[in-house]
Design a binder for this molecule. Structure first.
Ligand code: DGJ
Length: 674
């Protein structure tokens, strides 16, 4: 609900929170409240706080989220209020510069069933000369005054994404950023602040996540007076926009979520919001996928894929994905994609490997009762490819600069509409002429040597191609990937169904990676494979059940070399996949509670699922697993043993953990029966 209790004051009320904006005495739109719900009378007495979009000029010396330069060299904004529009849950506060022809719309969007507030900015040049935009953040978020603060974010690298960090923010500016043209392995575009006292289920948490998959920046500022807030948005460092007469610039949304119920409470709200309002196909069942990458890498053949498909079908896999290595060759790069160095860009089945195209394999997969999926990397090109030889001008680069190769590949200039059109046509052709139900869209290198005009249109064209593909092929499930979890964000999730979380499939290390991913993003989007033991990346051996129990807390896939699994392993895998299919609706649609670093609960009343893991006996966790959010008077039946438990006791005493060894794990399925 959006109220305007008095001129210059707007109150946005969500199911469990409220956000208020007030025009300050200087005419600037300022934050007045972000926290619990308020009455209109309470809202009326709110003072104006920090600027909603801090600008340059006057006695402002902090982070400027909006930086502009007019034709005469003058910078900054002096705010003038033009009016406001309310359209359902969408509030636009229309502002302008007092003197220069620049209009600035501040957008706010809320929905009746979500605590998220989307905020973004539109700039419009209403004059007849150009305006230079040096920075245009989506929004700034001010946290109410507290005694102390704590900053939560994630850091990482390839194979170790989403590592949660909780630190006291420095009395300084802390910059969370990616300058890589994708959202990054080393950071992720979200931030949380609490007063240092929040736990998983108690305390206030303020958070925001950016819907952008390119370079981004969030600057958290803590000043000497103890004020904390952040400003954030898209745009590559140092890159400017020229806003011509009549032109406008719209930023992506920077969505904020407040919860008074701790980090768990904030995660619940994010998960629900993303499932309902961000994902393109809410409620779509994520198939149990088999992916051939770890089994074959580039050494792909039709016969071997068919054998893997038979084994995958035998254990209950629903969709078979052939990863990298299936394309190019003959007329293009000599051997096609037989390794990292050739073939990217040549999106036809390698005639040496698939002499009759993909149809025989796809028919085989379908006869086995599965659907078929394919790996693609549409933004990239190897210099050794037919595409590079025919279209060298499509490659991203700058005059007089060496083109940086990463993994032996270059990027196509996706900011060009003809390149995006080509990519759409190739993918559309693949999906139209082959029965393809799933695409894994990978991107294996950062953007380099790009001109100012590339960074934003590049990402917008990636979104446009993905959206167009979905519109033409509504049945298509798309998995986003960038060397693992390098491009996981609300922008990508608006066009894809799931994200490949990390190339690290070691179940022990996955626990921390998944813990970080799930702070904001829901389990149904978290691609998680069971692979071989010892693990290909870390060499660590782990039991099959442990690997499954870790992967079952996301969108389960199988990524091992099934040909090397023993009959007993395959039999156990079949049983575990059957169990997963039973719990999938609860894991994907239910409320997720992190009971500890080593246990997670999903609740979709009357069903409750608990997955717990003990990676190593050095972690001396023998305390019982105490459940959350149950009916204290309810009775819960264990679906495997038939035992019944009292809800109140499950929450206060918990379930015992009698596990003596390393890499032990457990799946509990409970149903409320009274
Ligand atoms: C990186 C991805 O993360 C892997 O899963 C795999 O698809 C490779 N690329 C293929 O080149």
């Amino acid at each position: 609900m959006i109220d305007c209790p008095e001129p210059g004051l707007w109150l946005l009320t969500t199911p469990s929170s409220a956000y208020a904006v007030r025009l300050g005495p200087d005419g600037a739109p300022r934050s007045a409240h972000w926290g619990p719900r308020l009455t209109l009378d309470q809202a009326r007495v709110l003072p104006a706080g920090a600027e909603e979009l801090p600008v340059e000029g006057g006695d402002r010396f902090g982070v400027a989220g909006l930086q502009v330069r007019y034709g005469d060299g003058v910078r900054g904004v002096e705010w003038r209020h033009l009016g406001d529009d309310v359209d359902g849950g969408h509030l636009t506060i229309r502002m302008a510069d007092r003197h220069y022809p620049l209009e600035i719309d501040l957008h706010y969007l809320i929905r009746p069933d979500s605590d998220a507030v989307d905020r973004w900015t539109t700039l419009r040049n209403t004059g007849d000369g150009p305006i230079t935009v040096l920075r245009c953040d989506s929004a700034a978020w001010a946290v109410p005054r507290r005694e102390d603060y704590r900053l939560t974010h994630v850091t990482g690298e390839w194979g170790a994404e989403f590592q949660v960090r909780r630190t006291a923010p420095a009395v300084a500016e802390t910059v969370l950023t990616s300058r890589r043209g994708h959202s990054g392995h080393h950071a992720n575009p979200w931030v949380m602040i609490d007063a240092g006292d929040a736990t998983e289920d108690r305390g206030e948490v303020w958070s925001a996540a950016l819907a952008w998959s390119g370079s981004w920046r969030i600057t958290v500022e803590r000043d000497h007076d103890g004020r904390v807030g952040w400003s954030g948005g898209f745009g590559h460092e140092g890159v400017t926009w020229r806003l011509g007469p009549g032109e406008s610039l719209e930023t992506p949304a920077f969505t904020g979520v407040y919860s008074a119920e701790g980090f768990g409470g904030v995660s619940h709200r994010w998960h629900e919001h993303i499932r309902r309002h961000v994902l393109p196909a809410p409620g779509r069942v994520r198939p149990v996928v088999y992916n051939s990458w770890e089994a074959t890498e580039f050494d792909v053949s039709q016969a071997q894929q068919m054998e893997l498909a038979e084994l995958a079908a035998g254990i209950g896999v629903e969709l078979f994905v052939m990863d990298d290595g299936w394309f190019g060759g003959r007329t293009g790069a000599f051997a096609g994609r037989t390794g990292e160095t050739a073939g990217l860009g040549d999106w036809w089945p390698n005639p040496d490997r698939f002499p009759h195209g993909l149809t025989p394999l796809i028919d085989h997969v379908k006869r086995l009762g599965m659907r078929f999926g394919l790996w693609v990397e549409p933004e990239s090109v190897n210099p050794d490819s037919e595409l590079y030889r025919t279209r060298p001008e499509w490659v991203l680069g700058q005059p007089n600069r060496r083109a940086t190769e990463v993994r032996d590949q270059l990027l196509l200039d996706f900011s060009r509409d003809d390149v995006a059109e080509w990519a759409y046509d190739r993918l559309d052709e693949l999906v139209t002429h082959n029965d393809i139900a799933f695409l894994k869209w990978d991107m294996n290198r950062p953007i380099t040597e790009a001109g100012d005009e590339v960074w934003v249109p590049y990402i917008r064209n990636v979104y446009a191609v993905v959206d167009r593909l979905r519109a033409t092929h509504p049945h298509l499930t798309i998995e986003g990937c960038a060397s693992g979890g390098g491009r996981a964000d609300l922008g990508m999730l608006a066009g894809t169904d799931q994200i490949w979380t990390s190339d690290n499939t070691d179940a022990t290390q996955r626990i921390a990676i998944q813990h970080g991913y799930g702070q904001v993003y829901p389990a149904c989007t978290m691609g998680a494979w069971v692979t071989d033991s010892p693990n290909a990346l870390t060499g660590r051996p782990t039991p099959l059940a442990f690997r499954f129990h870790v992967a079952m807390s996301g969108a389960l896939g199988i990524g091992g070399d099934l040909g090397r699994w023993s009959p007993a392993d395959l039999e156990q895998a079949k049983h575990l996949i059957e169990q997963y299919k039973l719990i999938r609706p609860v894991v994907h649609e239910g409320r997720m509670d992190r009971l500890a670093d080593w246990a997670v609960q999903y609740t979709l009343d009357p069903h409750v699922v608990v997955l717990s893991w003990r990676p190593t006996t050095l972690v001396r966790v023998t305390a019982p697993v105490r459940l959350r959010g149950l009916d204290p008077d309810g009775v819960y039946r264990d679906e495997d043993t038939g035992e019944t438990h009292h809800g109140g006791l499950l929450m206060s005493h918990g379930l015992p953990r009698p596990w003596p060894f390393d890499a032990t794990s457990e799946l509990k399925r409970l149903t409320r029966v009274g």
